[in-house]
Design a protein around this ligand. Structure first.
Ligand code: PEP
Ligand code: CO
Length: 407
């Protein structure tokens, strides 16, 4: 908090309750789930969702409550969040050794940010369930043929054949099992320190998420037991979407991506739906506007949320608004763009006396060459180790260089 204009409500959330001044929520037309897998007529779908509904929860209510309290301390300005991991997790990389390695890298990057910033860092992985991807186009052209796009290992395979790309709901059971294995690894690291780590993923496939909603044994509230911190993505965050409604209905801390086209009114509506009680730690807004747009688009959004008294955690995702195509056609991101967006994010929040709560990064556990910068000295080197299933990730060294700028 560097400026005197911080809204008192964000420092003392009790002051903004009760909510009698809120306008009633406008009726929003239902939004079709355009990202839902086309597997409605699969003969086993009903049996699979019934099995998920009967399966043990992957997270416990007590853990989820503890994360919300931890995020509340970040909302009060007392620490930072590092949310990081693969764009799309692979079902092939969830064995105990690989999962442990991925969680270790998250921990090391958290330590790094803690050292460079001098603040406590909450570690949140994009893991233990990050198996579904929203896509802008339903098909892609591979060697002259149109194929359904890859939608994450929960839905189909990345192998470019029509057969492999067919959505298969049986994959939801594999994703559930693999998530359980990664949670094991996560819990192995949990005992080491108070600060986590925690799991998060985009709650995209409703056939998977909905059956995993269970009652909190203590409070009876619905809890999404697939992860600690579910988020709704940029393509499904319309007020009125089934994804927003799902997250509005559960007691977990929840997050929402905010892209460059989000208007202050739209974000306020999302805040009202996702955080009607203005509960610190309940709602995290993950801003992903791109370096070219953020300085113009973010300030009015922050001002609106501040005035409305929603004590949100503000995170910067400097990855998704800065994707470009390299000369060879590979998707990439440039480290200087990522650094520039994060700097603009912090400046915009500082100016309004709001706490820049941390970062959301796509980082691989190994030395990939998918983004340009630092050890990946030029576009020409991208093909050396380009292994992502979806978006280009930083390698750990690039991530450390980025985190050094959050001093
Ligand atoms: C992602 O986080 O991988 C993603 C698809 O992000 P967004 O919804 O912000 O585009
Ligand atoms: Co991504």
């Amino acid at each position: 908090m560097t400026s005197p204009v911080g809204h008192p409500a964000t420092r003392n959330p009790a002051a903004v309750r009760p909510l009698r001044t809120d306008p009633p929520l406008p009726a929003v037309p239902p939004v079709r789930d355009a990202q839902g897998p086309r597997w409605r007529d699969h003969p086993e779908l009903g049996e699979i969702t019934a099995r998920l509904a009967a399966a043990p929860p992957l997270v416990e209510a007590g853990e989820v409550r503890r994360l919300r309290e931890t995020l509340a301390s970040v909302a009060r300005g007392e620490g930072l969040v590092l949310q990081a991991g693969d764009c799309a997790e692979s079902l092939e990389e969830c064995g105990p050794v690989q999962a442990d390695h991925r969680v270790s890298v998250l921990g090391q990057l958290g330590d790094h940010l803690q050292r460079s910033s001098g603040r406590p860092v909450v570690r949140v992985g994009r893991l233990a369930g990050q198996f579904a991807k929203p896509r802008s186009q339903p098909t892609e052209r591979v060697e002259g043929r149109d194929l359904p796009v890859f939608r994450g290992h929960m839905v189909n395979s990345e192998v470019p054949t029509a057969e492999a790309r067919r959505p298969d709901p049986r994959r939801m059971l594999r994703a559930y099992e693999a998530s359980g294995a990664v949670f094991e690894a996560l819990r192995g690291h949990r005992g080491e320190r108070v600060a986590g780590p925690w799991a998060s993923h985009e709650a995209l496939v409703l056939d998977y998420e909905s059956p995993l909603v269970r009652a909190d044994p203590l409070t009876g509230e619905p809890l999404l037991t697939s992860t600690h911190l579910p988020w709704v993505g940029e393509r499904t965050r319309q007020p009125g979407s089934r994804h927003v409604a799902l997250l509005a209905s559960v007691a977990n801390p929840v997050a929402c991506k905010i892209g460059p086209s989000a208007t202050p009114d739209e974000v306020l509506m999302l805040c009202q739906q996702l955080d009607p009680e203005r509960l610190p730690g309940r709602l995290t807004l993950i801003v992903r506007m791109g370096r070219a747009r953020i300085s113009e688009a973010l300030p009015p959004v922050v001002a609106a949320v501040r005035r409305a008294g929603h004590p949100v955690v503000w995170l910067c995702d400097p990855m998704h608004g800065n994707t470009v195509k390299a000369a060879g056609g590979l998707k990439t991101r440039y480290l200087p763009d990522i650094i520039a967006e994060a700097a603009a994010f912090r400046a915009a929040l500082d100016r309004q006396g709001q706490h820049a709560g941390g970062v959301h990064l796509e980082v691989a556990a190994g030395g990939v060459t998918e983004c340009v910068g630092g050890p990946v000295t030029s576009q020409e080197r991208l093909t050396e180790r380009y292994t992502t299933l979806c978006d280009p990730r930083l390698n750990p060294e690039q991530a450390r260089r980025f985190l050094n700028t959050w001093a």
